[in-house]
Write a protein that binds this ligand. Structure first.
Ligand code: DX5
Ligand code: ZN
Length: 209
């Protein structure tokens, strides 16, 4: 099980990134909010994000909670980015996925809580990752919604049926208890469970157990 650490609810982002860099976390999950797809909250602006390599050499797992991802894709393509994930609920999903691939970056598709698993089927051939949201996108520290467990299990079956290669990631409200029920996921995205405790590595180990 890989772990992707979100810093969305951190007060001191540079300090959090430096501390995470000393752990064996697999990715840094970068949440991007546009104020349209989700309400705008204070996050690291891209002019600061450009210097993220000063704080971390981990690969980035970028989650674009935005209506129009094009400009963000070209910006994040210049960083140490492993995945860029867009939302299924926006227009021009296909166009955005091919733009991500045009930079040689792996492409992900995220489903909000109310979006059914079948929504991924038309895009399967183009997907490297599917991100199942377990909270309403937009804020850290929310409670995990249990229906995400069933969605992950269902998605695993769909991927098998279509011989699809995408990995399954789950985002929002992840705790040690919840992680035990997500054995079919490949990546868990976790923010507050890791960053609200002093010993980040201990929290990461607990999620991997
Ligand atoms: C929610 C974000 C998540 C969130 C995870 O909209 O996409 O990445 O920050 O944080 P926790 O683990 O605190 O729910
Ligand atoms: Zn996220």
């Amino acid at each position: 099980m890989k772990i992707s650490a979100s810093f969305l609810s951190s007060e001191n982002v540079p300090e959090t990134l430096v501390k995470l860099n000393d752990t064996d976390v697999d990715f840094i999950h970068v949440d991007v909010l546009d104020g349209k797809f989700v309400p705008k909250i204070k996050t690291m602006p891209f002019r600061q994000m450009k210097h993220i390599y000063e704080y971390t050499d981990k690969r980035l797992d970028v989650h674009l909670m935005v209506e129009n991802p094009k400009k963000y894709i070209s910006k994040f393509a210049t960083l140490n980015t492993e995945y860029i994930t867009i939302h299924e609920e926006i227009e021009d999903v296909e166009e955005a996925l091919s733009l991500i691939h045009s930079y040689g970056i792996k492409a992900g598709l995220s489903l909000k809580l109310e979006t059914p698993v079948e929504a991924v089927v038309p895009y399967l051939a183009d997907l490297d990752l599917i991100l199942i949201m377990a909270v309403e996108p937009g804020r850290g520290g929310q409670q995990f919604e249990k229906e995400a467990i069933e969605k992950v299990n269902e998605l695993k079956k769909v991927l098998k049926k279509y011989h699809a290669k995408a990995v399954i990631s789950v985002d929002g409200g992840i705790t040690e208890e919840v992680s035990k029920k997500l054995g079919k996921a490949d990546i868990l995205v976790s923010g507050s469970f890791i960053t609200e405790e002093d010993d980040f590595q201990k929290q990461i180990d607990a999620l991997r157990k």
